[in-house]
Structures are given as C-alpha cells and as structure tokens.
Design a binder for this molecule. Structure first.
Ligand code: NAD
Length: 512
C-alpha cells in the first residue's frame, strides 16, 4: 500500500462492506445487492456498497419531510454556522478524501485535493450567503401600500451526481440548499459510491453534533433506477442532476411531467479558439491541461481547438511535442500527468470514437491506444490522442468522455465563432488572444453561446464564485456562486396595505 490508501480509508470510516442508505448518522440496511467499487488506478476492489430499494428510499424521504419542518425554521445564519463546521471538517479530512477521490475515480491526487478544496470554498461561500438571501423591495402603485419579495425554503432537494466530480457537485448543491433551509437527498454516481459514503460520514456527524434531526443530510445509492424514483417523486420540488445529456433529457421530462423544477448540468463540447494574436506558450499550456487533465473526463474538458490558419502548423507541432512528454500512470503518483479513465466501458467508448473519426476522414496527429503491461493492469489507461477533424463530423458533434482532441482551421474570427457555436452543447469556451477587439467580440452577444466564456484561460477549471453551467443540451442550469442560490428557494411577493382604504390595482373601480 505504497500510497497509504488503507490508512486513509480507515480514517474516513470506509469499510469493506457499507450500507448505502443513510438519513444522517443512521445507516439503514437494505439487504440489497451491492455495488463493487474498483479502482481504475490498479483494478483493486476498494469496497462494496448496498443499493437503496423502494422501502429504504421511502424511509429516507419521509425522514427528510419531517426534518424540513424544523430545519426551515432555524435562522439562516445558524444554518450557515453548521455549514461552516462542515467546511472545517473537510479541511481536516482534505488529504484523505482527496486520496479516496483520486483512487476511486482516477483523477490525479492534485486534482482530488482540488476537488475537496472546491467543497471547502463553497462551504465558505454558503456561510456568507446565509446572511445575504436578499429579496427586493418595490414601490407600490397604491397609496399606503408596501411591496417586497422574500425567499423561502423549497423543501427536499434531490442531488444526482456524475462520477467525474464525485464529491464537489454534491457540495455545490448541498451547501447552498442547506443555508437556504432545504434538506437534501443525494444519489452519488454508482461508479464512485465510496466517495459519497465518506462525505455522508463527515457531514452527518456535524448535524448530529448540533442536535439537528436525522433527514437534513441524507444518502441513497444505486444506478438510474434510484435516480428515477427521485425524478418521479412529487414530494421533491427540485431535482438537481449532473451527468450526460441523455440522462438529463430523461430526468427533465420526468420532473417536467409533474411540473417540478430541475437544475440540469449536462455534457459539454468545449472549444478553445487560438487566434494569430495568441500568446502561444499560454495557448499550448491551456489547451494541454484542458484536453488531457482528468484524462479528458471533465464536463469542461477541451475537445476542440479552432486555430487560425497562420498559426495552425505551429500549434499542431508544439502540441504534438508536448503530448510526447506526457507521463501516463497511477494518479496517486505525483510524477504522472495523466491517470486512467473510469472503467473499461469508457475505454471502449474512446476506441469507438477514434475509429469513427478516422472513418469520417479525420487525420491522426498524435496516435491513441490502450496501454498494457506493468502499472497498467486495470486496463483503463489510454493515450491522449489528437486528430485533425471537421466540425460537422458526427463524432465531433458528440461529447466523447475521453482524452481525444480535435483540431480545426479557420480564416476569420466570425468563422471561428460560428464553428465554436455549431455544436448541440453550450458549456465552456475560450479564446486565446492578446487583441482586445478579438476578445470582446468573442464575449459579445454575437460571440460565444456558452454558459462559460474565458479569455486567455482554458475551458476547464472554474472557480466556485461564479454561476456554473451551460446552455442548449448542457441543460441551462446554474450552480455554485453568484445568485445560483435562487434555484433552491421559492420567491414570494408580498403586498401590505397599511392605509384605511382598499384601492384596487390598475385603478379598477368596484363599489357597491
Ligand atoms: P451519467 O449520465 O451516466 O450518470 C450521471 C448520474 O445520473 C448518475 O448518478 C446516474 O446513476 C444517474 N442517472 C442515469 N440515468 C438516469 C435516469 N434515467 N434517471 C435518473 N438518474 C439517472 O453520467 P456520468 O458518466 O456519470 O458522467 C459524465 C457526464 O456528466 C458527461 O456527459 C459530463 O459532461 C457530465 N457532467 C456535467 C457537468 C456539468 O456541470 N455540466 C459536471 C460533471 C459531469
């Protein structure tokens, strides 16, 4: 155990066999089949987690309903105090949790630590927010009247998360939802269940320490079937779901069918435009991390480079040379740049995409392939690949969740922006330029159509302070900073008449 995994698991409270259903500090035995969590780093079985069944799901939801009645009455700054302590507990467990995330999901240890840091940051943000859940006041058209709006807690918030950010996405939702007075039921990805268990153990204890009832911070476990229980459940006013566009369409329809609210954070197809005025060192570094970081498994990973024709050859050769220096291997070993993809299905999708881009006429720049031999026994390590492709290729229009980068050429900036926008997804985008006119055109209403548009930064690596999310098939949801909290509350408009008359709005007369 070269990286001290067993010690970390022990400190986090992860056992070989775990219940997957919890109402807080209480864990419920469902007696159902377990999900086995294997590390893509070395193929080892890390532990097992029981799935939630209909009966244990009901227990969780009814507990959450009861808890909401009292939690919503706790003053928001006091709710913030509890979230502050969760942030502090995460600070203490940062190294262990970061390691588990890295080992279970396959991202580098540095990125695992970064993910836990994001959780800490959003807790801090939520603490401040707990004193800033502001509504507006308006001037009434009627004399002796006052109008204002206030924000009330919504109820039970379902959080369905993806494997690639197995812990941060939960915290983006839960930390805000809690200060807003909501209670949460979280279904982590079935591909990274132990990271979910570790978070539940950390947060559940803090609620208990403050004498809070079970049901505010709850966990269910399983695949899409448990997700469906949540999206069809009219006791849940908001379902926040992160994952593929395919999943988002199903969840959106199910929740929309009962006129509930959904907050969808779905797939991206992110591009960097590299103009002839780019700082080339910066452009190469930005593109490299964007394309190969997390083995291309970020929703914001760079999938397309749209390059001005005069610098195209330079970008191509410098990238190829940078790719030749990448070290692929165990994500916990800090000398490696690229870790594994999540599982063998992901390897198959990667191979199918490479086959498809070639069949459609793509030309190889950096060859891909699956690695084997010592250190690669899990079968989940693939070589980051680069292809010259055209934007309208079917495979380029599709998000392949693997380290494959497509290069394409442009002449004018207008053409580059049109290429960048001509995909079904609308998550993240970037331009590399030192020219102010190019940068501003890219950010203008006629520029990028994405939820995130950066200048001289790659497409990945958002900070929690901004609202995170994207347009079109990315789902339209916004999470994390800015005023994303409003999604977790209901707005109430209040008009108060302190006069002794009863005038009607719009001057309508109604006298008897
Ligand atoms: P996935 O869609 O396979 O699964 C995501 C989650 O949805 C899992 O918890 C899964 O159990 C659940 N699920 C699947 N089908 C469901 C259904 N019919 N009803 C309810 N729940 C269902 O995605 P994944 O492979 O875990 O993650 C990769 C995808 O997530 C990529 O497309 C990536 O871009 C996207 N992603 C988006 C963001 C974002 O913020 N926009 C962030 C991270 C990941």
């Amino acid at each position: 155990d070269q990286f001290g995994i067993q010690e970390s698991l022990k400190r986090l409270g992860i056992k070989p066999e775990n219940s997957g259903t919890s109402t807080g500090v209480n864990w419920i035995d469902s007696g159902e089949a377990s999900i086995s969590s294997f590390s893509p780093a070395d193929g080892t079985l890390i532990g097992k987690v029981q799935t939630t069944n209909q009966e244990t799901y009901e227990q969780v939801i009814s507990q959450a309903q009861v808890a909401f009645e009292s939690w919503r009455q706790v003053p928001a700054p006091q709710r913030g105090e509890i979230v502050r302590e969760i942030g502090n507990a995460l600070r203490e467990k940062k190294a262990d949790l970061g390691k588990l995330v890295s080992y279970e999901m396959g991202k580098s240890y540095q990125e695992g630590l970064g993910e836990v840091q994001e959780m800490i940051d959003i807790c801090d943000f939520a603490v401040g927010l707990s004193r800033q859940l502001y509504g507006l006041t308006m001037h009434s058209e009627r004399p002796g009247h006052r109008m204002y709006e206030q924000w009330h807690a919504l109820g039970i918030i379902a959080i369905i998360s993806a494997f690639n950010f197995p812990v941060a996405v939960w915290s983006w939702n839960a930390a805000l939802a809690w200060v807003c007075g909501d209670v949460c039921v979280w279904k982590p990805s079935e591909k990274a269940p132990l990271s979910g268990i570790a978070c539940q153990l950390i947060a559940g204890e803090i609620f208990e320490k403050h004498g809070m009832p079970e049901g505010i911070c709850t966990l269910v476990m399983g695949d899409y079937k448990v997700g469906e229980m949540m999206s069809q459940d009219s006791r849940i006013p908001l379902v926040s779901a992160t994952g593929s566009t395919r999943m988002g369409k199903l969840v959106g329809q199910a929740v929309g069918g009962r006129l509930g609210r959904s907050l969808l954070e779905l797939g991206g197809n992110n591009a960097i435009i590299i103009t002839e005025n780019a700082d080339m060192d910066m452009a190469i570094r930005g593109a490299l991390f964007g394309a190969v970081g997390t083995a291309g498994q970020r929703c914001t990973s760079t999938r397309r480079l749209i390059i001005q024709e005069n610098v195209y050859e330079e970008v191509k050769s410098r990238l190829a040379s940078a790719y030749s220096k990448l070290v692929i291997g165990n994500p916990l070993d800090e000398k490696n740049h690229v870790g594994p993809v999540i599982d063998k299905d992901a390897v198959d999708m990667y191979l199918a995409a490479i086959e498809k881009v070639q069949a459609e006429g793509g030309k190889v720049v950096v060859e891909g392939g699956v690695l084997s031999g010592a250190g690669y026994e899990s079968g989940c390590y693939v070589k980051p690949a680069i292809y010259e492709a055209e934007n309208q290729f079917e495979i380029v229009q599709h998000e392949t969740f693997a380290p494959i980068l497509y290069l394409m050429k442009y002449k004018t900036l207008a053409e580059a922006i049109a290429i960048q926008n001509s995909v079904p997804q609308g998550l993240s985008s970037a331009i590399m330029t030192t020219n102010m006119r190019e940068a501003e055109a890219f950010l203008s209403v006629a520029g990028s159509d994405c939820g995130i548009a950066n200048v001289n930064i790659g497409t990945s690596g958002a900070e929690i302070g901004g609202a995170f999310g994207g347009e079109k098939e990315t789902g339209g949801g916004r999470e994390s900073g800015s005023d994303a909290w409003k999604a977790y509350m209901r707005r109430q408009t209040n008009t108060i008449n302190y006069s002794s008359a009863l005038p009607l709005a719009q001057g309508i007369k109604f006298d008897i």
